[in-house]
Design a protein around this ligand. Structure first.
Ligand code: FES
Length: 113
């Protein structure tokens, strides 16, 4: 077994979207969005490159690595906001998908009041 293969773990993702819970597995070298699609779970997405925020979610349990999540400020990433198209799981995850509006409000809401 090569070192790379040894480092690839598989995690279980529990994703809630519009009140429905979807569960699927995701390798640590695979984005959560890709794993969802492979499992036949359709989550919101558009650009698939970490820019548009259509795929925004809030991770409530577990952690992700998302170095290319340009559309989310780092303090909001610390609060759990995640762009699933560029997020690699680092543990089993529980998350709420479909959080684009919540993310927009968290990032820009204070400028509109
Ligand atoms: S689909 Fe555009 S940021 Fe994820």
């Amino acid at each position: 077994m090569t070192e790379t293969a040894a480092a690839v773990a598989t995690h279980t993702i529990h994703a809630e979207l519009d009140g429905e819970m979807h569960s699927f597995s995701c390798r640590s070298d695979q984005t959560v969005l890709n794993a969802a699609e492979a499992a036949g779970v359709t989550l919101p997405s558009s650009c698939c490159s970490g820019v548009c925020t259509t795929c925004a979610a809030v991770v409530t349990e577990g952690s992700v690595e998302q170095p290319d999540a340009m559309g989310v400020k780092s303090d909001l990433q610390e609060q759990g906001y995640t762009l699933l198209c560029v997020a690699y799981p680092r543990a089993d995850l529980k998350l709420r998908a479909g959080q684009e509006d919540a993310l927009y409000e968290a990032q820009f809401g204070q400028y509109q009041k």
